[in-house]
Design a binder for this molecule. Structure first.
Ligand code: G1P
Ligand code: ZN
Length: 544
């Protein structure tokens, strides 16, 4: 066994963002770039000698090469075992599931989530800890600090591992165990949901479903679970072949990028139920026949109906949502008499709440929903949760959501993204809004009155860690809000996100077009932040 110690020099740009380190593939292909980051991860950890590391990715371009490098480095650094998905593939929630099931020390997830792939697309790497969740900020900060001074890394000089053959092989002193990528995850799903009842629904002849995997990682999972275990018709899963470049598409499950699904679900004879997932399988979009469910509403509906589902039959202890996510779930929590936590954007902030059993369900407006079954958001889990509710209730998606609004009121909600804004302009814009915050407090703004205006700061209730500058929020006395944030996952320029929300208790006013209902707030946001003037954008690039 030949352990090589390779000299290197630091890269200055290896700061993990909202969800790990994301860069263009060409950046990762620079000599030593990936190796430096991987060694910085290992150098920031203690006690992994002889332990197990889970490794897998969403199958995008550079996935296989990166996995070979990581395995050889893990072996050289003294890990005892690596669990890898067949062909190097694991969805992000499957990595979380496997870390937890096999008591691994941690895992490395290779993905740039919903960002496009291919040689000119993006790549990403993220470290997850033993609870199966993304490393908390203290760990990602340590990794970044290490990356700034790193001067060498260890790697084994050996042949590549065969990632396609299931079973164990030796790599130096480490065992590499190639696992079926789907089995452990599917088995976990069977413990949570009433597969028999869902099977009856899907084979009843009265219910049709379309699942769009967007040529990304969930293809094999969705086929095995929906078409295999649950008996849905062949062809229920479309775009189900994972491709290294996602077929040239943008693997983000929203109304813009999941256009094939939108076409099917908004047609005259649309299926009863439609869903899509993203590049790495942690996001979901839920659609009914000619009906879109906002992710914020989806979280609220799941929370309100959780006890219909076997895995949550005994009730949920609490819920958590990211700050920009609509407050729809807050109303459900209030009615159930459970706590609702508001966290910064990014799944890593839910980990402590889930570990401490303070929250059972969590969600983000960015098409992310999940629970304490793993420590990542989980796209197919959300789809199964909806199917289970639909099977029990025997109602349409639209009826379930509209009844929910009638009970709790409707939170009109939308996010406007301005992608590819010049970074300096974006920072100036945010600074401009920030400077107005002290004077906005208590003041009238348009026909609204400002109740609070601040830069969101979060103190973790478990470890008391403080995360500052997590988005600027302007809340009004009637519960409406506008929120400004800069994306932490983009790889080029800056993306400004504007989140807008208003609350309508009156059921006779629940059928207004969302953009129309929010128009006064959208206009106020532009007035405060001067978005059009400063960015030169007349329109957002994406509206969700
Ligand atoms: C985006 C979403 C955020 C999500 C993250 C990872 O981050 O807004 O909710 O957790 O992707 O999927 P952002 O680009 O806004 O920093
Ligand atoms: Zn994702």
């Amino acid at each position: 066994m030949a352990i090589q110690t390779v000299s290197t020099t630091p890269f200055s740009d290896q700061k993990p963002g909202t969800s790990g380190l994301r860069k263009q593939v060409t950046v990762f292909q620079q000599p030593h770039y990936l190796e430096n980051f991987v060694q910085s991860i290992f150098d920031s950890l203690d006690g992994y000698q002889g332990q197990t590391l889970v490794v897998g990715g969403d199958g995008r371009f550079y996935n296989r090469q990166a996995i070979q490098i990581i395995l050889k480095m893990a072996a050289a650094n003294g890990f005892g075992k690596a669990l890898v998905g067949q062909a190097g593939i694991f969805s992000t929630p499957a990595v979380s599931c496997v870390i937890r099931k096999y008591g691994a020390f941690g895992g490395i997830v290779l993905s740039a989530s919903h960002n496009p792939g291919g040689p000119d697309g993006d790549f990403g790497i993220k470290y997850n800890t033993e609870n199966g969740g993304p490393a908390p900020e203290k760990v990602t900060d340590a990794i970044f600090d290490r990356s700034k001074v790193i001067d060498q890394y260890q790697i084994l000089d050996v042949e590549d591992v065969n990632l396609d053959r299931i079973g164990p092989t030796s790599l130096g002193n480490m065992t590499v165990e190639v696992l079926d990528a789907v089995n452990d995850y599917a088995a976990l799903m069977e413990t949570l949901f009433d597969f028999e009842q869902i099977r009856q629904l899907l084979t009843s002849g009265k219910f049709t479903m379309c699942m769009d995997s967007l040529h990304a990682v969930t293809g094999p999972y969705a086929k095995a679970i929906f078409e295999g275990l649950l008996g849905a018709a062949q062809g229920t899963v479309q775009n189900g072949e994972p491709l290294e470049d996602f077929g040239g598409g943008h693997p983000d499950p929203n109304l813009v990028y999941a256009h094939d699904l939108v076409k099917v679900m908004f047609a005259a004879n649309a299926p009863s139920f439609g869903a899509a997932s993203d590049g790495d399988g942690d996001r979901n979009m839920i659609l009914g026949n000619n009906f879109f469910v906002t992710p914020s509403d989806s979280l609220a509906v799941l929370a309100a109906n959780a006890t219909l589902v076997p895995g949550y039959r005994s009730g949920i202890t609490g819920v958590a949502r990211s700050m920009p996510t609509s407050q729809a779930v807050d109303r459900v929590a209030e009615k159930l008499g459970i706590d609702c936590y508001e966290t910064p954007t990014g799944w890593k902030f839910f980990g402590n709440l889930l570990d401490a059993d303070k929250a059972t369900l969590c969600g983000e407006e960015s098409f992310g929903t999940g629970s304490n079954h793993v420590r990542e958001k989980d796209g197919l889990w959300a789809v199964l949760f909806w199917l289970n509710i639909l099977a029990v209730k025997g109602e349409s998606v639209e009826t379930i959501v509209k009844d929910h609004w009638a009970t709790y009121g409707r939170n009109y909600y939308s996010r406007h993204d301005f992608e590819g804004v010049d970074s300096a302009v974006a920072n100036d814009l945010m600074a401009g809004v920030r400077s107005q915050l002290p004077s906005l407090q208590g003041q009238p703004l348009g026909s609204y009155t400002v109740a609070y205006a601040d830069d969101f700061s979060y103190t973790d209730p478990i470890d008391n860690s403080v995360s500052k500058n997590q988005g600027i929020r302007i809340g009004f006395t009637d519960g409406s809000r506008i929120v400004f944030r800069l994306s932490g996952t983009g790889t080029q320029g800056a993306t400004l996100r504007l989140y807008v929300e208003s609350y309508e208790p009156d059921a006779t006013k629940h059928d207004i077009d969302t953009q129309e209902a929010l128009a006064p707030l959208i206009q106020l946001a532009d007035q405060v932040a001067k978005i059009k003037e400063l960015t030169g954008f007349e329109q957002p690039t994406v509206i969700t």
